[in-house]
Design a protein around this ligand. Structure first.
Ligand code: AMP
Length: 583
């Protein structure tokens, strides 16, 4: 299905070309034709990241009267962050039509917002509290509103906006239509639908309370005192992480961010004790990828809609299960893959089961990576950085002879060893004494799960073999491409391939041991975009096998597109050194 077939205004279609939207997402396919044609109420159950803003934004821009510069469409959303995001999206959709959108939200100058509304706008995007303020001041008239969109309705109710929403809906005319979007359908949301809508069309992308299928949920059992060390290992194991760590309290958030910052990680806190200006600044830097890791409370992180987040780390579980859906939904947006990692103590591990039931998705049991695995990944990252760093011939020309003279007499191998050691020794030293952080699940959970959890854990360890591939990013290889090569030549299904790491000039992947011979014989000699593919079993895996090594990695999603090397992804990132402190 194309956007042209959905019946949108030509000016709106033009803006989609500029935005590069080619095919409507499932929620857009379901919602747009209905919202354009029917004067009816609507309930869309969809996660953030599914394209729901365009699902309501495009019909709204198509429907409002261009000549009538009075509020006709109202979008209500839980946070200032989301409010700005939605208004920006709607402004992008209306570049080629005469439709004005104004965003109104708390924490900034109300007088300026009143002036903007007075200048004339067909669409208002608002947070509930500020909108109520404006209606009380009679700065905004809601009696000509034809469409009210309630976005992230469950979030708004979680945040205690029920009264404000009731007030706003009561101010709008009875004939208006309500379009409600929500990730989950708790009874409070159902109540709004019951009170304010008449036989709404209900569209559900996935089933109710389900989380995005592109998210892999992995839990790790650690003792309480090892939470912080475990988080550090997870970060070290994923050097290209662009992630969100959720903590339960402001204090914990501040403490974790501070500790990470002190140890050289690119991490900042986001919580309610910061001023609005500080929060805006942190968010701006996170969006720009000047910050690699944001440590946040649930409340502060509400409405964070940042694409490309690769990992959500639950430092501990939220008190409310509903909040887990919101946390994990911050990753795997716009069709990408993401991982939601959860740290639980043995006593808490039963809670995983409750979440699995709620989100109807199984967790994988992961093991906190051991020192050797982390060192291997970090070393690869270092090598990758060195290989991909451009050489500025002119700038270094005058210094080069001195360096060359110093290195005279060293062989190539010796020089490589020295460079690697200079950069890497601290890491190796730190991890030398690092023990196993994995704690045993409680007996109850083991019983509850049968042996599913354990088998999965072991499978990741002993039943997988890691392969080296001679091609990398520079050869145009990406996780999908590598999967295609392996599956096409062997006839294996993609789910028998595990973690994939694409570096600049080489790559790695994991596969089930039983397929090693088949993979070696079939993949070797095949072609990828004109290049001969050559693979071999990595040495480190052999070593590990001999030792009967224990540390299994968190299982990879088999080609998440966030993986892969390439330094410089995070612009303002300080070059991170090995953590200084010992465990
Ligand atoms: P949303 O769920 O509205 O926050 O959208 C998630 C992301 O998907 C945003 O970055 C949108 O710009 C993008 N997006 C939405 N619809 C489409 C589409 N049909 N094609 C490509 N990207 C889209």
């Amino acid at each position: 299905m194309t956007f042209e077939e959905l019946g949108l205004k030509s000016g709106v279609l033009k803006s989609l070309k500029t935005l590069g939207f080619e095919t409507p997402t499932p929620i857009q396919q379901e919602a747009i034709p209905h919202l354009l044609k029917e004067e009816s109420d609507f309930v869309g159950l969809a996660q953030t990241g599914t394209g729901k803003t365009a699902a309501f934004g495009l019909p709204l821009v198509s429907k409002v009267e261009e000549g009538r510069k009075r509020p006709q469409g109202l979008v209500i959303c839980p946070t200032r962050e989301l409010c700005l995001q939605i208004s920006k999206d709607i402004q992008n959709f209306s570049k080629d039509v005469d439709v004005n959108t104004v965003a109104v939200y708390g924490g900034t100058d109300i007088v300026r917002q009143i002036k903007e509304i007075k200048r004339g706008a067909q669409i208002i995007v608002a947070t509930p509290g500020r909108l109520v303020d404006l209606t009380k001041r009679k700065a905004i008239v809601l009696r000509e509103i034809d469409w009210v969109v309630l976005d992230e309705a469950d979030e708004m109710l979680n945040m205690g906006f029920k009264e404000d929403i009731d007030h706003i809906l009561d101010e709008t005319p009875l004939e208006r239509n309500v379009w409600l979007f929500s990730a989950t359908m708790p009874k409070e949301v159902a109540q709004i639908a019951k009170n304010y809508m008449e036989q709404p069309l209900e569209v559900s992308i996935g089933h109710k309370n389900q989380t995005n299928e592109n998210i892999e949920h992995i839990y790790f059992t650690v003792s309480d005192r090892d939470r912080y060390s475990a988080v550090k290992r997870l970060i070290d194991f994923n050097p290209n992480i662009y992630g969100l760590i959720f903590c339960r309290t402001r204090r914990e958030t501040a403490a974790v961010a501070e500790k990470l910052g002190k140890e050289g990680y690119s991490a900042e806190p986001l919580h309610g004790d910061l001023s609005q200006a500080q929060r805006d600044q942190v968010m701006r830097r996170f969006r720009n990828k000047d910050i690699q890791i944001l440590v946040a409370t649930d409340v502060a992180a509400r409405g964070i809609d940042v694409d490309d987040i690769t990992h959500v780390i639950n430092y501990n579980l939220p008190d409310e299960i509903e909040n887990y859906t919101h946390r994990s939904g911050r990753t795997a947006r716009a069709g990408k893959h993401g991982e939601s990692l959860v740290l639980v103590t043995p006593r808490e591990s039963y809670k995983i089961k409750a979440i699995e039931k709620k989100i109807r998705t199984e967790f994988t049991k992961g093991l906190i990576p051991n020192a050797k695995e982390i060192c291997e990944i970090q070393l690869m990252k270092l090598v990758d950085n060195v290989i991909t760093t451009p050489v500025k011939e002119d700038d270094i020309a005058e210094f080069l002879p001195i360096a060359m003279a110093e290195f005279e007499g060293f062989t190539k191998e010796e020089i490589i060893k020295k460079f690697v050691s200079a950069e890497f020794n601290r890491f190796i030293e730190y991890y030398e004494r690092a023990g196993d952080l994995n704690a045993k699940d409680s007996g109850r959970r083991d019983r509850d799960r049968g042996d599913r959890g354990d088998r999965r854990g072991n499978r990741n360890d002993e039943n997988k073999t890691r392969f080296f591939v001679n091609l990398g990013k520079r050869d145009g290889l990406n996780p999908g491409g590598l999967l295609r090569v392996i599956c096409d030549s062997t006839g294996l299904r993609s789910n028998s391939i595990g973690r994939i790491d694409i570096m600049a000039s080489f790559s790695f992947f994991e596969a089930d041991n039983e397929n090693v011979d088949r993979i070696l014989s079939k993949v070797n000699g095949s072609e990828y975009e004109g290049n001969q593919v050559s693979i071999e079993v990595t040495k480190s895996k052999n070593v590990k096998k001999k030792r009967g090594g224990s540390g299994s990695r968190p299982r990879g999603g088999g080609g998440g597109n966030h993986r892969g090397g390439g330094g410089g992804k995070f612009k303002g990132k300080r070059e991170r050194r090995a953590p200084r402190r010992r465990n």
